[in-house]
Design a protein around this ligand. Structure first.
Ligand SMILES: [Zn+2]
Length: 343
């Protein structure tokens, strides 16, 4: 699971059709993009955490638009190789975080139909239940309640319908990512409602057998995403190393293949920085991805453990995809600064 902020839908349209779009694309649109997804579902309506649930129909439309616009689908390894031999040709690669079983049942058949390679970053606790999957518990709490009261946070939400449930999840997720202290009362409310986050993780996560089937596809790369999916920037260096090396070892044991790519849990600026990048490099990972926004440039070959990604989800349209390929969000987030996003 990774935090991201949904920008107002008018923004992409503005950039697409205003005169500055071409100028921005020239400066911020590198040759490649790494797209980030999580769970892939039939219909995101029943899920309060819809930012993490990409409807398969949306993904299909995105793949079609990218193909029609001559953006080549490549593996993560090939994306890195292409950065070493720049050309005008655009490419992208797809990544799915956490290790949801629906990446096998829903995403794989669609990705196969487009011959689109993708990487699945598995938090090994999704298989074992040894994970702090509070976001799944929070979604379940909101899904099953019409009203949420968190007096410690001075928060009250009426959440009777799907739209207000989604707003409630988004609001609480934002609060937690801006202040991790807020997690304590949220977790208490989840526990008080009798919701077992570990059981939810096991239910939604890939089983070892499913992981083996997914890894058997020639289109799929398996990457590591830690064991417990904790905020690494708040852990000791020894814990960070254990999360990285431990999750890699467990995945390698299941799939019988080397794991050389890593995704930082949550991935935002308060969850990973230069220390985590240094540990990932020293642990032998070839690349590591964040959730910083931006496209890929040849200069990223000097920042292989701080690669940016662009989220892909239910709110995407051709206009927003154009903005992502053109690096528009990096331009905004950086205040029109350095196009090359890293730590
Ligand atoms: Zn994650």
């Amino acid at each position: 699971m990774n935090a991201h902020v949904v920008l107002k839908s008018a923004t992409p349209v503005f950039a697409r059709y205003s005169g500055i779009a071409g100028t921005l694309a020239f400066r911020y649109g590198g040759p490649g993009v790494i797209f980030m997804l999580h769970s892939t579902v039939d219909d995101s309506d029943p899920y309060p955490d819809d930012g993490l649930r990409c409807p398969v129909a949306v993904l299909e439309k995105a793949l079609g638009w990218l193909k029609d616009n001559n953006v080549a689908f490549v593996s993560l390894d090939e994306a890195m190789e292409r950065l070493g031999r720049p050309s005008a040709a655009k490419f992208c690669t797809f990544t799915f975080d956490d290790g949801y079983a629906d990446n096998l049942t829903q995403a794989l058949p669609l990705m196969e139909s487009f011959a689109a390679p993708f990487t699945v970053y598995v938090a090994t606790g999704m298989m074992t239940g040894a994970i702090d999957a509070w976001w799944l518990g929070l979604a379940e709490l909101i899904r099953t309640r019409d009203r949420i009261e968190l007096p410690d946070l001075d928060c009250r939400f009426d959440c009777k319908d799907p739209r207000s449930k989604k707003r409630t999840f988004q609001a609480l997720e934002t609060v937690i990512h801006s202040d991790y202290g807020a997690l304590t009362p949220v977790k208490a409310a989840i526990a008080e409602a009798g919701i077992d986050c570990a059981a939810l993780a096991r239910r939604e996560g890939l089983s070892p057998e499913q992981l083996r089937r997914l890894a058997a596809s020639p289109l799929v790369t398996i990457g590591a995403h830690g064991e417990r999916h904790i905020n690494l920037a708040r852990a000791s260096a020894a814990e960070v190393e254990q999360e990285m090396i431990g999750s890699r070892r467990k995945l390698q044991d299941v799939i019988g293949r080397e794991v050389v790519h890593f995704a930082y849990p949550f991935g935002h600026a308060d969850a990973c920085g230069p220390r985590e990048a240094k540990i990932a490099r020293a642990a032998g990972f070839r690349t590591a991805v964040t959730t910083r926004r931006g496209t890929l440039f040849p200069a990223h070959l000097d920042h292989l453990h701080a690669l940016p990604r662009e989220p892909l989800g239910g709110s995407d349209s051709p206009a927003s995809l154009r903005c992502k390929v053109d690096g528009f969000y990096r331009a905004l987030r950086s205040g029109f600064g350095d196009p090359v996003a890293h730590m």
